[in-house]
Ligand binder design. Structure first.
Ligand SMILES: Cc1cc2nc3c(=O)[nH]c(=O)nc-3n(C[C@H](O)[C@H](O)[C@H](O)COP(=O)(O)OP(=O)(O)OC[C@H]3O[C@@H](n4cnc5c(N)ncnc54)[C@H](O)[C@@H]3O)c2cc1C
Length: 327
């Protein structure tokens, strides 16, 4: 199976989402069948070298200062001509803001299917088809979707759902450059005239430790207790949708199906029931500690350490435990 992925760039660098797609591609395809396609106004040479030495065996690069990142029709046209030439069985993209806009448009042009926002990818051993897993019916089931009769099988993949990129000791890949199509031939498309980097909320996606609060925290004023624990542990503060919908914490703190996916080393869930939609965003955390008064709360099924108890008693003791001790 030939697997290609669209490697997004920003400010000359390959984005984190693209590295995750390389990890997925390497789990799905033999090394010589892994390709990256890049459409960019500019990219640093060192980034290209890193890509080919990390297991992308074929890198197809369309680099032109005339290209605009927001020009979806142009980018889709380039992707289509790449697919007509290279003929990948699978084309992956990141479920980033740009990927979510580009991939449906490109799939429509290529008259193929698209499974958006996947959290898992596998190859069907019998048919060789891509098995694309994503939450469905409000996150209550994980649907496994195939694209049996159209190529390429296209999917966008949720950030932070990829396996870790394994070290690569194989042959370095090659870089093939191809020209951008004549801009005159492109339909009138949007252009980026300015860009603003939103930093709010990034801390939670990258955090190694997270203290998350659910409705069990009871009111906004009590969040300070969780914040104090987070600060003791050097952790970021996250929340369930119940908390965000009440306006107690901003949306950037929401973890789950309709929020962020996080993979911290430590996740402390305080007063969180463990609904499937919440688990969808945090169940792959390395160590999960849950505090809940209800011994039957579903969060305990994914917890490495479960504390059945009142968070208002447990958290002050944890804060005390982690406080610097004076002799
Ligand atoms: C389409 C869709 C998308 C969704 N997306 C998301 C999402 O992205 N993220 C998300 O989180 N949810 C999401 N939800 C909502 C989800 O279904 C749940 O409603 C939500 O996760 C529940 O939040 P909670 O655990 O804070 O509240 P609850 O389910 O009400 O749980 C509160 C918990 O606190 C415990 N508790 C109460 N008092 C204490 C105490 N003193 N000490 C300790 N424990 C206590 C209770 O036993 C209970 O288990 C989505 C739902 C839908 C339909």
């Amino acid at each position: 199976m030939k697997v290609a992925f669209f490697a997004e760039t920003a400010d000359g660098k390959i984005t984190r989402g693209a590295w995750e797609l390389l990890a997925w591609s390497r789990t799905l395809a033999a090394p010589e069948k892994t390709a990256a396609v890049i459409v960019t106004p500019s990219i640093e040479e060192a980034q290209l070298q890193k890509l080919v030495s990390s297991g992308a065996r074929h890198v197809f690069l369309c680099e032109s200062p005339a290209l605009d990142r927001a020009d979806i029709p142009a980018c889709a046209a380039i992707l289509q001509s790449f697919c007509e030439t290279y003929r990948p069985d699978v084309l992956l993209g990141a479920a980033s803001v740009f990927g979510r806009a580009l991939f449906p448009y490109a799939a429509m042009r290529m008259k193929t299917g698209l499974t958006a926002d996947c959290t898992g990818l596998e190859t069907d051993r019998q048919t060789g088809l891509l098995l694309q897993t994503r939450p469905a019916i409000g996150g209550n089931v994980m649907a496994v979707i195939k694209t049996p009769s159209h190529k390429p099988q296209m999917a966008t993949v949720r950030p932070r759902s990829a396996p870790e990129l394994p070290p690569y000791g194989g042959e370095p890949g090659s870089i093939t450059r191809f020209p951008a199509p004549d801009s005159q031939s492109l339909p009138g498309a949007p252009r980026v005239t300015a860009s603003i980097r939103l930093t709010h909320g990034e801390e939670i996606a990258d955090a190694r430790r997270i203290v998350a609060v659910g409705k069990g925290i009871k009111r906004e004023g009590n969040i300070d207790l969780a914040r104090r624990l987070a600060s003791r542990l050097g952790a970021a503060l996250g929340a369930t949708r119940e908390v965000v919908d009440r306006g107690w914490l901003p949306y950037s703190a929401q973890i789950g199906l309709s929020g962020k996916t996080v993979v911290p080393e430590l996740y402390i869930a305080l007063g969180i029931s463990g609904a499937v939609q919440h688990l969808a965003g945090m169940r792959t955390a390395r160590k999960i500690v849950a505090v809940n008064t209800d011994p039957d709360a579903p969060i305990f099924q994914v917890a490495d350490l479960g504390i059945v108890g009142d968070l208002f008693e447990v958290v002050p003791r944890l804060i005390d435990e982690f406080s610097p001790k004076t002799k």
